[in-house]
Write a protein that binds this ligand. Sequence first.
Ligand SMILES: [Zn+2]
Length: 498
Amino acid sequence: MARAFKLYDTLTRQVKELTPLTPGHLKFYSCGPTVYSSAHIGNFRTFLTADLIVRTAESIGWKVDYVSNITDVGHLTQDDVADADGEDKMEKALKSKEGAQFANVWDLSEHYAELFKDDWMRMNLREPMVRPKATQHMREQIQAIQDLIDKGAAYETPSGVYFSIESFDEYGKLSGNVDRDDLRTGVRDVVADDNKRHPSDFALWKKDDKHLMQWYSPWGWGFPGWHIECSVMARDYLGETIDLHAGGEDLVFPHHECEIAQSETLTGKPFSNHWVHTRFLQVDGEKMSKSKGSFHTVRDLVEKGVDPLALRYALISVPYGKPLNFTMQTLKDAVSHVERFRECVSRAEEVLGSSEGEGAPTEQLQQIYDQALDAMCDDLNTSVAIAKALEGAKVILRETEMSKEQAEAALWFIHRVNGLLGIAIADTDAACLDAASDEEEPTVDGKTITEWIDERKRARADKDFALSDKIRNDLAAAGIELRDSPDGTTWSQISSPL
Ligand SMILES: [Zn+2]
């Protein structure tokens, strides 16, 4: 029986079944980062929602065409209003202290895009089918703007080309910002430009022959607005109507509202049939703040020795539709839970030898996995799905004498759960940091870590898992994390990153 995959839809404001236009084939666009600095954990919470959608869809047997872009021009600093003002984020970054290391804005963008892809891999996210850059789609953007002018929905002024919100009756349908007069009243709501027909009309093209990234267009030198980029890239790779569009909750308005207006005017068809937005993240109950030291990038945390899979676990532990309060305790709990999954794998592989693969599940593990999958199909209920994954691990680790069949079933379970949640096994080596290799080995209770690892190995050979667990836990309490793999056990130091 085919499973229904339900997600909350921001447009209709209800949980509804995701129904691809081509049954079993999802066309999905998720807004990617603007690459002017390293992505923070709040950004990644949003990217992880997209990743979990892809994994869940694949787990129920769908094919997924997944596109996630990179914005490398046109995203201005005051992006909370439709017609944003301020500086281009890329240009501003180049002028900052950190930006001084780059010869130009292109190098800066390339650098942060590469770091971003590393973080993405470390956090065990599925690679999109394509990761287009805004600057690589300039011709299509200029054409789309021209088409909007031809349709009477956009017009040129001395400062740029603007989309006329009055040309699109449904403007506001996603965000609920329907009272257009209301949009006038804010203090810096709108770009002051007397030539605009309506104060809330937003820029499709900014004329600027001093901008560091500029292109020649029918309206002279300049650069595109942020919103038109995603409209164009989504249509180019996925077609005129897509099944699902996602992003952070801060993108509902203006970014996605404006995307809808442009795209639906261009095609006369619905732009996306489903919209998903991830709620914000706080650290220790407050907004992340650089001055309070609570601003965390994935890169910083991983370089401080945090296991990327544990970070991933912590960031998905609360369903995407609820705010997440990220704390040191969340991360500590995640470290020990991820270890449970690794323990399952290493015990099963001890029985099977690492060359042997998974077999058939036991009835019990099959049932627990099905419940985890049901939870994910129910609006990505990650807290239930993770609880089920841990329940399965508990069942596996309860066996002190694993039979070959049980070991195969254990691997079956961990691989299925990992396919769904990505919290047990890193898909690439990038996630396996060997933080310990260059450091001098510390001692715990008079023994070096290597000595403890040897003692634990003997305990495991004797099937004394109580002792083996005790050693692991004692070391964890001393800030040493053990990691088992088919090649042996490695360790790393868990610093206190928060
Ligand atoms: Zn976007």
